[in-house]
Design a protein around this ligand. Sequence first.
Ligand SMILES: Nc1ncnc2c1ncn2[C@@H]1O[C@H](COP(=O)(O)OP(=O)(O)OP(=O)(O)O)[C@@H](O)[C@H]1O
Ligand SMILES: [Mg+2]
Length: 482
Amino acid sequence: MPRRLLWKILAGYVVVILPLAAYSAVLSGREGGSPGFFALARLASVSLAALSGVLLSASVTREIRGLSRYLGGLFERFHEPPPVVESKDELERAASKAKLLADRILLTMDMLRDEKEKVGAVIEQMEDGVALMNSKTEIILHNEAFTKMLDVRRGSDFTGVPIREVVRNPSLLGAIDSYAAAGNTVRREMAAGAGAHISVIITPFRQDLPQKRALLILHDITQQKKIERMRADFVANASHELKTPLTAISGFVETLVDGSVADPETAGQFLAIIQKHVERLSRLVDDLLTLSDMELGREKLEYSEMTPESVINGVEQFFLKTAQNTGISISREVAPDVGVLRADRDKLTQILLNLVDNAIKYTPRGGSVALKCRRVSVSPGTVAAFAYPSLDGNPILPETGEGWRRDFVEFCVADTGEGIPEKSLPRLMERFYRVDNARSRERGGTGLGLSIVKHILISHGGSIRIESELGRGTAISFIIPA
Ligand SMILES: Nc1ncnc2c1ncn2[C@@H]1O[C@H](COP(=O)(O)OP(=O)(O)OP(=O)(O)O)[C@@H](O)[C@H]1O
Ligand SMILES: [Mg+2]
């Protein structure tokens, strides 16, 4: 029998039986009462006590059973069936359920704390800036990227601070005001200083919750904007480059068709000019197709083993006549231990043709062009001295620990020409970039040569380095894995 029930029966006994016993004692003392009366009184008192005990016990048992059912029901909130406790004692069953429930709650609290830490870490690691605001536009939560992207004091905690006190960007403040006025999702793109661009989304957060909150997400779109601008520039540049020879061709053709040129010699000169422009047009279209094939990864490389010398021979041969005509001497210096390399022969030749073509084109009469080639072996200790930049963001020299080394063949084309201004060096491999547009065009250049070189080097896992001094000359070196 439950202990609490015993206590209740005892209490009933004290409350009912003792007064009755006392009463009967008084009666017996005063009147010397009859034994039948006492027996009856005792029976009545015992029955009354038993009845009150049974009634009390039934009510307590009902309460405990209800509590036990309620506790069992709470397990459903955890998507678990109520536990089965083996005991005949209601109170003991309820106590066991309460204990199991407490354990379950503690476990759930641990899990929630763990989840909260994980979500917090993810938000903190995100590259996007994230902030949560309440209905008074106070910041409830934010990550470091948020403050970093808005260029406010880095690493500071702005929890509880009105967002208008943190944000200085007028466009973002405008977006916050628009959201506050309408309560609908607001999307904006804006400049964020130092050439950076960000996109902003302010959107209602968990509309099912009673508190009105808004989520603010900042995404860096600087790179995307740069690509868009490059694409637009490319279309403008390509159209311009195509239009120049086309305008010339159509002008000369029109004159010839008119019949206004009667003299066959002049007509012949016109046709020669047309031919020159057609050739330029055709080279331009070829270069554009080569570039787009390489950028889309459609160009297949055909690797074979070769000596660098054999490639240099072909290139030298190709420019022999041009060099003679322009009064430029070409020399070569190939290290005896250069060995062999694996590359796409045509592509490697194309790189050297472009570089030597530039060297001759931008070197005045009487100058010289030197072609050099050597083998370089790189280990972790010499990586730093081997200062070739990565062309596509991937390291060309991964450090893979002790004992690691990699062999490259390094080619260099050095001239004694006009040189390149320092500020132009970072842009030299952009499509259509020319230091002096008019001068380059007059020499037949379209500004695509070095961008093709860059793509061939990327596909070979190589790199390029340009050193130049105005008025003294330029040295362009490139490496290809041996
Ligand atoms: N050796 C060099 N000396 C001086 N300037 C150079 C040299 N090489 C390249 N440049 C400069 O870099 C620019 C880009 O070179 P790139 O080879 O890409 O184009 P291009 O020679 O003008 O045209 P293309 O090669 O398409 O016929 C050139 O216009 C020129 O201004
Ligand atoms: Mg060129």
